[in-house]
Design a binder for this molecule. Structure first.
Ligand SMILES: Nc1ncnc2c1ncn2[C@@H]1O[C@H](COP(=O)(O)OP(=O)(O)O)[C@@H](O)[C@H]1O
Ligand SMILES: [Mg+2]
Length: 573
């Protein structure tokens, strides 16, 4: 048993840890692979990066919280230089703290040789106004900073993995004059020969994607995108039961299920709920029960100073601060929280504002991942707890009363259950995630061909180590507009390369839909210079006859709703 029960036991993320192993191994052999870790706030990016570092204590991994070092370009340069030097020295067996003081930096550089010293001197010259005088330019400074890891890696003869956490905040540097070369400097660092690889992690996924895809020499082609999803039920259970086990409590299975339902697999919430259920369970003197988890959740929602409430206040303030439009953003959030899954026009009517004005606000809220729009145009909160918290504002005015009143408590649970039902019925990510999870469990098993719309016999499924979404360039506008990108619902990593289209719509798949998917196949094959082994369309509303015919002719696999459930059971067993 290690650690404090209040610290989480690191759970799952096996695929991602394996990927990091591979990246580090390849880097050791001189091959650079760059990763972009994309996941919503508090989904576990930082803890994953820390876990990677803990598992590779001898590797030179430099982790930088970009959000904390971008106040000024000078500060950014000094912080990065210090951290890179410190990391390299530690990997060379000289652990020491390197501060951003020129003397500390110079001493550290001196230990690594003249190449490093020279580069550092130039960098310091650009930072210190007394040195560079009129000539100093932020653009040059950024070039020097991004080139620094490679210089150090060469001199120290150590591969370096640079982890840039909260990477989207690097855009703050663009507010300073002469920094429009930022992306070019970064591209150069990514493409530079040598043994430096980059991992960028970002919690505002929409913004991260915009950064990666922007411009005519986009960054995304250099990064492998690694989406970090919420936990599945098994992971949530492991996390919750790990907390209870370490404190010596017994638990009822229903308790960990409640943790998953209430947290929707968001690890931070799962962890808070597991911890907060300890007290009511102890008071009752028995195992942790589902009702203790519920009680913990209600407390967290009603108490203005609970960890969850404080985080929700932060989310709200952050959203209102980032989005312009007087009090409209707040009205949008509070109104939508009363009933999610509405379209813009519907929302505009409730807020009593013209739709175009509201549209701008909503778009901004989407760009910072507070809201999301599903394929049907309906609006939802990205976070599972935030809408509930917003909808219970009145109850928090008198938390004591709310907690004592069983009807109020019941109402919270009912609102929550309603939201989950609505979500489950909604189009989009949940369905896609379900399909991903099924494919992840293929494990080379053999199942009936019926499950894929084929006649008789069995089909050998590939071993799938991961499934992820993919954005591919569409230079000639094969699927969308010219020079746009197209999203692929899923591609498999493993023994075969599958392209997955997950359709949760009201109407059966048509020929046009199949034709579009076949074009996506072309784009993927071009972008990845690799043949797609199988195209698999999953449709909740089935397939039209002519669509079936086309699928059969093209060897496209088809799975409808009923087959999907059967397949789910078959692969899980
Ligand atoms: N793999 C995991 N195992 C255990 N707990 C986790 C895991 N991932 C996330 N958590 C919980 O969620 C919290 C938020 O994770 P964090 O890494 O800070 O999120 P992010 O960096 O994505 O905002 C952690 O403090 C921890 O309580
Ligand atoms: Mg983080």
């Amino acid at each position: 048993m290690n650690g404090n029960y209040a610290d989480p036991v690191f759970v799952n993320r096996r695929t991602e840890l394996q990927l990091f192993n591979d990246v580090l191994t390849a880097l050791g052999a001189g091959e650079r692979r760059h990763l972009a870790l994309l996941g919503l706030r508090r989904i576990g990016k930082t803890i994953l990066l820390d876990e990677v570092r803990a598992r590779h204590p001898d590797a030179c991994i430099v982790k930088i919280a970009i959000d904390t070092v971008v106040a000024t370009p000078e500060g950014f340069a000094l912080d990065i230089a210090a951290l890179v030097l410190q990391g390299a020295l530690r990997a060379r067996g000289h652990p020491r703290t390197v501060t951003t003081q020129p003397r500390s930096l110079a001493a550290a550089a001196g230990l690594l040789g003249s190449g490093v010293t020279d580069h550092l001197d130039e960098l310091l010259g650009l930072v210190d106004p007394a040195f560079g005088g009129e000539k100093r330019s932020y653009g040059q400074l950024l070039n020097k900073v991004f080139a620094f890891p490679a210089v150090v890696s060469d001199a120290a003869n150590v591969p370096i993995l640079m982890m840039l956490d909260e990477f989207q905040d690097i855009r703050k540097l663009l507010r300073f004059p002469g920094t429009d070369t930022l992306w070019a400097a970064l591209r150069e660092a990514l493409d530079r020969r040598g043994r430096v690889a980059f991992v960028v992690a970002g919690s505002i996924v929409t913004a991260m994607r915009a950064i990666l895809h922007e411009g005519n020499d986009p960054l995304f082609s250099r990064f492998q995108e690694v989406p970090l999803p919420p936990f599945g039920p098994e992971d949530t259970r492991e996390l919750a039961e790990g907390v209870w086990y370490r404190i010596g409590l017994r638990w009822d299975q229903n308790a960990s299920q409640r943790v998953h339902t209430l947290s929707q697999g968001f690890p931070l919430y799962a962890h808070v709920l597991a911890r907060e259920a300890i007290e009511p369970a102890r008071a009752a003197g028995g195992p942790v029960l589902g009702e203790h988890v519920d009680a913990a959740f209600e407390r967290q929602i009603f108490d203005r100073n609970s960890q969850l409430s404080l985080y929700m206040q932060y989310l709200l303030e952050h959203a209102l601060h980032a989005v312009q439009g007087e009090n409209i953003p707040e009205a949008v959030l509070r109104t939508l929280a009363q009933a999610e899954g509405r379209r813009l026009s519907d929302l505009a009517r409730s807020v009593h504002r013209p739709a175009p004005q509201l549209g701008r606000v909503v778009q901004q809220l989407i760009s910072i991942d507070i809201l999301r729009r599903d394929a049907d145009g309906a609006l939802w909160f990205a976070d599972p707890v935030f809408p509930l918290w917003l909808a219970t504002e009145r109850d928090r005015q008198e938390p004591g009363l709310a907690l004592r009143d069983p009807r109020t408590r019941e109402r919270v649970m009912e609102t929550l259950a309603e939201r989950l039902r609505a979500l489950q019925g909604a189009i989009g990510p949940l369905f896609e995630r379900r399909v991903h999870n099924i494919a992840r469990q293929f494990r080379g098993q053999t199942v009936s061909r019926n499950l894929f719309g084929l006649d008789g016999g069995t089909i050998a499924l590939p071993s799938v180590t991961d499934v992820h979404n993919l954005h591919v360039a569409d230079p000639d506008g094969l699927v969308g507009a010219a020079r746009s990108t197209t999203e692929i619902d899923g591609v498999t990593v493993g023994s075969e390369f599958w392209l997955i289209e997950a359709k949760r719509v009201r109407h059966a798949v048509t020929v046009a839909v199949v034709a579009r998917v076949l074009k996506k196949r072309v784009l993927v094959e071009r972008a990845h210079d690799r043949k797609v082994d199988r195209v698999w369309i999953v449709s909740d509303a089935g397939f039209r006859t002519d669509a079936r015919d086309l699928c059969e002719r093209e060897g496209v696999l088809m799975t409808g709703a009923r087959e999907l459930t059967r397949l789910e059971r078959a692969v899980a067993s």
